[in-house]
Ligand binder design. Structure first.
Ligand code: EPZ
Length: 416
């Protein structure tokens, strides 16, 4: 079990480059099953990406890294089963469902079940694919899926703009017969990137101004070279790291447009932002002010994945912040760990009230999930003394060379 030993209160200053987005790369890797191979640039090298590659390898599409470029080969296999061990490596492996349905017209995989963020049902994925002619049978935790007659386009009105369900529908619809229309589709930038990838392979997809997605199924998709978008949550996390240390950081290779909803929160907290085309500079010379209210919403609202990093900042703000999480049921697990460091956080259901304290103190804490783990590192960077953070495997699922990158701009984090 690896851990971080963080010696805090080192002011961060310098330049940090953002890597490609995990949540864009994963559905794109599932989509690569449908084309004649691809060359992916700016794909982050993370354990979740390795898990997706293991699935692709199992399905007969060889994957290999060549100088930071991920190459995916054309899959020739007819095996449409993903073994439980591979499904378990990563919850979001459910995004392979739409791709397998499109390619093989059948799929056999394990039900993903709940995770550290609370129950993660896939009812919207299944009901949408049913409309496209897919039948499902559940047998002791295994999901058997089969196209009844033909995979056909459908009119789908999502009751909630689920990211994963939107991705699975797009994947299945790309090779279905006729047109699929997705209303109330998720609008996260990662959806746009999946669409961009599929378009570059010859898929016929368009996104209307109101967010409705139209997909006209095609017979086949060709090979492509594609560049994954920058990771918006990594960008926000780096900015939080700088803010809590009273730092001055220039985050490069980022996409500021994707994180506009977070700028007012940083500004309310007293940070100065200078935004360029693909870079953001954050300077915080003073103390952190409380951001009163933070409510997560589907994109373009404040992202649920940014809640924990901002919560870490609010622990040392001069005032009270009220967080309302509207997307997941259980996104406050890090609160207890932050309290071990002296934070004052009360949670009830989807609300968390954080009363800022003057200083946190070092403690021995453990990551509970990916973003909660990043929040512990942010808190430790702003704490005088040595904090030990266990279970960092959660962090390495989503942040490439996290501690090395922070150390380059002045942090003192050792990985043991
Ligand atoms: C994606 O999860 C991301 N994961 C999450 O990032 C992110 O937090 C989330 O979107 C919201 O932006 C990946 O892209 C791999 P949803 P996903 O379907 O697709 C409920 C991170 O830290 N729901 O929009 O699972 C569901 O239970 C991760 O990088 C249903 O009820 O998100 C949840 O409460 C964590 N039925 C809510 O909708 C369904 O069929 C949002 O889920 C599907 C979802």
């Amino acid at each position: 079990m690896e851990r971080y030993i963080v010696n805090g209160l080192r002011r961060l200053s310098g330049e940090m480059r953002v890597h490609g987005a995990k949540n864009a790369a994963l559905p794109i890797l599932a989509a690569s099953l449908l084309c004649d191979g691809c060359e992916l640039h700016n794909c982050p090298h993370l354990s979740d990406v390795d898990a997706a590659c293991n699935i692709l390898n199992h399905l007969g599409c060889g994957t290999c890294w060549q100088n930071n470029v991920l190459l995916v080969g054309k899959g020739e296999s007819r095996d449409c089963t993903i073994p439980t061990s591979l499904m378990r490596e990563m919850r979001s492996s459910i995004v392979f469902l739409g791709a397998m349905i499109a390619k093989y017209h059948e799929a056999k995989l394990t039900f993903p079940g709940g995770c550290e963020l609370g129950p993660r049902p896939i009812d919207l994925h299944l009901s949408s694919l049913r409309k496209m002619g897919v039948e499902f049978e559940e047998e002791e935790g295994t999901l058997n899926c089969r196209v009844r007659d033909e995979l056909r386009g459908a009119q789908i009105d999502l009751p909630f703009p689920s990211v994963g369900a939107t991705e699975n529908i797009i994947l299945a619809a790309s090779l279905a017969k006729g047109q699929t229309v997705i209303r109330n589709a998720a609008r996260e930038p990662e959806i746009g990137d999946l669409v961009g990838f599929l378009q570059s392979c010859g898929a016929k997809i368009s996104i209307e101004n109101d967010g409705t997605i139209l997909i006209d199924g095609v017979e086949k998709l060709h090979e492509t070279v594609y560049h994954v978008i920058p990771d918006r949550i990594v960008t926000i996390t780096y900015l939080c790291c700088a803010a809590i240390t009273g730092g001055d950081i220039l985050v490069t290779d980022a996409c500021p447009d994707h994180i506009r909803s977070v700028f007012p929160i940083f500004e309310e907290m007293g940070c100065r932002l200078t935004v360029g085309k693909n870079k953001i500079r954050l300077i915080n010379h003073g103390s952190i002010h409380a951001a009163k209210n933070v409510t997560t919403m589907p994109y373009p609202g404040f992202p649920t994945d940014a809640l924990a990093p901002i919560m870490a900042l609010s622990c040392v703000a001069d005032g009270t912040t009220v967080f309302t999480e509207t997307i997941f049921q259980n996104r406050y697990k890090q609160a207890w760990e932050l309290c071990r460091m002296g934070a004052d956080i009360k949670t009830e259901g989807r609300i968390a009230v954080v009363r800022g304290v003057k200083n946190l103190h070092p403690a021995h804490v453990a990551c509970t999930d990916l973003r909660g783990g990043a929040a512990l590192v942010i808190a430790a960077l702003g704490t005088e003394g040595t904090t030990t953070i266990d279970e960092i495997r959660h962090i390495t699922r989503g942040y490439e060379e996290f501690h090395t990158n922070l150390n380059r701009v002045g942090a003192d984090i050792c990985c043991q």
